[in-house]
Ligand binder design. Structure first.
Ligand SMILES: [Zn+2]
Length: 80
């Protein structure tokens, strides 16, 4: 699996919707690739913030937008 494929599947990976073999390939790739690891960290952060914010309910689009904006500002700040 290359970087592009890995990043395309990170979301499914976080939601456990990949096959075991696919999940293992992604785990192996992330372990050896800093670029994909940081992408994964960001997705994992988004995922955990969304779950906290929604506490089990389906998030509305407005909620998702607000949270993503917040996360992006955190991410942008972290690079300076
Ligand atoms: Zn990679």
């Amino acid at each position: 699996m290359d970087c592009q494929e890995t990043q395309q599947h990170v979301h499914e990976y976080l939601h456990n919707s990949l096959s075991e073999a696919e999940a293992q390939e992604i785990t192996a790739h992330i372990a050896n690739c800093d670029h994909c690891e940081s992408h994964y960290d960001m997705e994992a952060l988004v995922n955990s913030v969304l779950q906290e914010a929604c506490a089990g309910d389906e998030p509305t689009e407005a909620t998702v937008d607000r949270i993503l904006t917040k996360i992006r500002s955190i991410a942008a700040g972290g690079e300076h």
